[in-house]
Design a protein around this ligand. Structure first.
Ligand code: 3PG
Ligand code: MG
Length: 402
């Protein structure tokens, strides 16, 4: 399925654009991240094409600490597009409409956090969202709607699913590239092995991906919290909560049966860690073979170097590698080896590769690797998982129907 893109958009129009600038916020300060850099491509292209460019985005959710204004986002984005980004602290009221109507071709304006509009949340079908005052008011000001927010496309919010019903709609450059890469595991045939590296903290995501893709993927290389739960199912004394921890036991109770079944049915395709890393008495990284673990007394924070050595040949012999989730606590340099080791193995080969899922892709910049060594580094979390498991992304489907 395809959608209309910026190539199909005539220049010099009034264009309403949905981005995903949802970012980490530390002590009230919005942190620059690759979402700005990626969306900059779309925004720049639109501005250079003499459109009046009006941007919508969300930040956090009502009640959360990171639910803040988009004022800082405008400044950060401006730095990425080398032109001014105006900001108005309003989304569809008179102040917003005045600001929109004063724009000239090539101007860029960011509206206030869409989630400050009551009608944006909660989820509802597109027809309902299209009828909201928010959508009905803004649609009068524009000739076209561009959705670039692939990473929010699993949400049925007004700014994502309402506008495609009332304005001619187009996919932005990020939407296009994310869609193509992340759907490729479902849509492409590779003539060679397909490997999937699955880690991270959520067992249900990992199980979902394994169940959905067992016919497409030749081997799953496991790590992270999920990997430890699989080792536990395989009879090892790991994957338990120690005092004060809440990472394993609850997930184990909920998923034990499924994990055992997956291991039973797909055992041939599953490769588990052979060693794990922990913090020793000198606060240094130490490693132990899984086979030598006999006590439930240690917290493991990464897969070990033998595991990386075991996983690497699978990667080198693959035609395509997909990564979902980190293999360890890579934010701590001592426990980054598993994640970076696997990423480096991928970077070393010419295979088709996609990296995504939560924060995993952050390891690439944290440890000085180059995004150019991967076919695609996704900025999506939840939407990436859904794409992998073949679940629909409502906002993408609407663009395709448009
Ligand atoms: C994200 O940051 O993952 C997306 O923007 C979706 O945000 P949400 O999970 O708050 O809906
Ligand atoms: Mg999220």
């Amino acid at each position: 399925m395809t959608f209309k893109t910026l190539d199909d958009l005539e220049s010099g129009q009034r264009v309403l654009v949905r981005l995903d600038l949802n970012s980490p916020v530390e002590d009230g300060e919005v942190q620059d991240n690759r979402r700005f850099d990626r969306h900059a491509t779309t925004v720049k292209e639109l501005a250079e094409d003499d459109h009046k460019v009006v941007l919508m985005a969300h930040q956090g959710r009502p009640g959360d600490d990171d639910f803040v204004s988009l004022e800082q986002h405008a400044d950060i984005l401006a730095g990425h597009i080398d032109r001014d980004v105006q900001f108005v602290a309003d989304t569809y009221g008179d102040d917003a409409l005045d600001a929109i109507r004063s724009l000239e071709g090539g101007d860029v304006l960011l509206l206030e956090n869409t989630r400050m509009v009551d009608e944006e949340l909660p989820e509802a079908d597109p027809e309902t969202k299209a009828e909201t005052e928010f959508v009905q008011t803004l649609k009068e000001e524009f000739d076209a709607y561009v959705n670039d927010a692939y990473s929010a496309a699993h949400r049925k919010h007004a700014s994502l699913v309402g506008f495609p019903l009332v304005l001619p709609s187009y996919a932005g450059r990020v939407m296009e590239s994310e869609y193509e890469a992340n759907s490729s595991i479902a849509t492409r045939e590779f003539d060679g092995d397909v490997t999937m590296v699955v880690g991270g903290t959520k067992a249900t995501d990992v199980i979902g991906v394994m169940n959905a893709l067992d016919e497409k993927v030749d081997q799953f290389l496991l790590g992270g919290i999920a990997g430890e739960l699989f080792l536990r199912a395989d009879g090892h004394d790991v994957g338990y909560d120690l005092e004060g921890m809440n990472l394993f036991d609850e997930q184990w109770e909920k998923n034990e049966e499924t994990i055992r079944n997956v291991l039973d049915e797909k055992g041939d395709q599953i490769v588990l860690a052979t060693d794990l890393a922990f913090e020793d008495e000198n606060n240094e990284r130490a490693e132990i073979p899984v086979a030598n673990i006999t006590e439930k007394d240690t917290a493991y924070l990464d897969v070990g170097s033998d595991t990386v050595a075991t996983y690497t040949p699978y990667i080198h012999d693959s035609e395509a590698v997909f990564v979902k989730g980190a293999l360890g606590l890579f934010e701590d340099e001592r426990f980054a080896t598993g994640t970076t080791g696997v990423l480096e193995a991928i970077a070393d080969t010419d295979c088709f590769s996609v990296v995504g899922g939560g924060d995993t892709s952050r390891a690439i910049e944290m440890y000085g690797m180059s995004e150019d060594d991967f076919s695609h580094v996704s900025i999506a979390g939840g939407a990436y998982i859904r794409a992998l498991t073949g679940e629909s992304l409502p906002a993408v489907e609407l663009l395709q129907e448009n």
